[in-house]
Design a protein around this ligand. Structure first.
Ligand SMILES: Cc1cc2nc3c(=O)[nH]c(=O)nc-3n(C[C@H](O)[C@H](O)[C@H](O)COP(=O)(O)OP(=O)(O)OC[C@H]3O[C@@H](n4cnc5c(N)ncnc54)[C@H](O)[C@@H]3O)c2cc1C
Length: 356
């Protein structure tokens, strides 16, 4: 079949690749350049998402852990195994036994070919791994492993796989409208396809709206990151004081990546880190590390928008699952994670094949 994929983020590229591998003739349309939006503004983690276990998202975590293994194996030059510390203090929100259960499940879901099993470190051992952590009140830390990537480069690697599989990639080609009978309106006029896959991330519902098609409710939530000077080779998963949220402090390209926030976003606002988000992130950092960082320590910042499936008042607790919805011959993808992009692409392909 002749298929149009709209959106050149990781989900659009992975869907296009899987569709082409299944024998379809695929054209992908990206309004700007490939891999410049949400998919290049992530926390750079290939992970199952330890915190989603608390929300009972077992299917998602298990799938993401399998996908984590796939990325690490297939693109070793752009990915790596990252040791992460979860320090526990006297006043930590989660108890040691709770974390133990979560990490045991996490390792079990990763399977026998996982990337390393968790273990408990005493306070002294944790401080040896991460000397900048505050020692006062530290009881110890769990050490576990996840994957880390260069999201932009890994996405461009996926674009290469697309080209090799015969996908035609069109950059600077905004789709203005879609029609339920699989027509796509480009600058040059309407083009007919057999199926259209709308993977425009946070903009997927806006495209449906401009096309006069029914929309799915999505919550748009901005997440910002700061880049700070380096503090070591271990990542950290940290509880935000007084909140159920967690924040990551990770080594990344000779710097420290600190994120993220959760702030409601409208598509007509600029997607950028606000001063309030910067202060919030620095406060969390300074709660855990010495020497402290000020706004002058910030080397750079960036932000992206999560399109989350609606239904949770709290963005932290909103599902990271994806959903696929047909309207005529148009399939719209909502939600999802970077790590699970290939699995999503397989689902898209299965749905397209079943629709014949
Ligand atoms: C702050 C933050 C941190 C995250 N961290 C992680 C993480 O560490 N690990 C993880 O697994 N996941 C993470 N995620 C989730 C992950 O980044 C996203 O799920 C994923 O990048 C979404 O990809 P996408 O292709 O759907 O969207 P996008 O990357 O936004 O791509 C959509 C594309 O569609 C294009 N487009 C829009 N409208 C049109 C149109 N009309 N015509 C043509 N093109 C159009 C846009 O230009 C864009 O390039 C994070 C998300 C955020 C926001």
């Amino acid at each position: 079949m002749k298929i149009a994929v709209i959106g050149g983020g990781i989900n659009g590229l992975s869907s296009a690749w899987q569709l082409a591998l299944a024998g379809h003739k695929v054209s992908l349309f990206e309004r700007d350049s490939l891999m410049q939006a949400t998919s290049a503004a992530s926390s750079k983690l290939l992970h199952g998402g330890l915190r989603y276990l608390e929300q009972g998202e077992f299917r998602l975590v298990r799938e993401a852990l399998q996908e984590r293994r796939w990325w690490l194996k297939k693109a070793p030059q752009l990915t790596r195994r990252l040791p992460i510390l979860y320090p526990l203090y006297h006043d930590s929100r989660r108890a040691r036994w709770q974390l133990k259960i979560g990490l045991w499940l996490y390792d079990s879901f990763a399977g026998r070919k996982g990337i390393g099993r968790h273990r408990w470190l005493t306070a002294q051992q944790a401080l040896r791994c991460s000397p900048n952590l505050k020692a006062e009140g530290l009881q110890g830390a769990y050490l576990f492993f996840d994957g880390q990537m260069d999201d932009q480069k890994l996405g461009m690697w996926m674009a290469e796989q697309c080209s090799k599989a015969g996908v035609q990639l069109f950059e600077h080609s905004p789709v203005k409208q879609v029609a339920a009978d699989a027509k796509v309106l480009l600058h040059s006029g309407w083009q007919q396809f057999d199926r259209v896959v709308n993977v425009a991330g946070p903009w997927s519902q806006q495209l449906l709206q401009h096309s006069g098609l029914m929309q799915q409710p999505l919550d748009l939530v901005r997440g910002s990151h700061l880049l700070l000077p380096p503090i070591g080779r271990y990542g950290h998963m940290l509880e935000v004081p007084g909140e159920a949220r967690i924040v990551f402090v990770l080594p990344y390209q000779d710097k420290t990546l600190l994120g993220t926030t959760e702030v409601r976003q409208h598509l007509d606002e600029a997607i950028r880190c606000s001063a309030a988000e910067r202060d919030y992130l620095l406060n969390v950092y300074n709660h855990y590390f010495l020497p402290t960082c000020t706004k002058d320590s910030v080397l750079a910042d960036f932000a992206g928008v999560r399109p989350l499936l609606s239904g949770s008042a709290n963005a932290s607790k909103a599902s990271r699952e994806y959903q696929l919805n047909w309207q005529g011959q148009v399939l719209t993808v909502s939600g999802g994670k970077w790590t699970t992009a290939r699995a999503l692409g397989k689902q898209v392909t299965a749905q397209v094949d079943q629709s014949v």
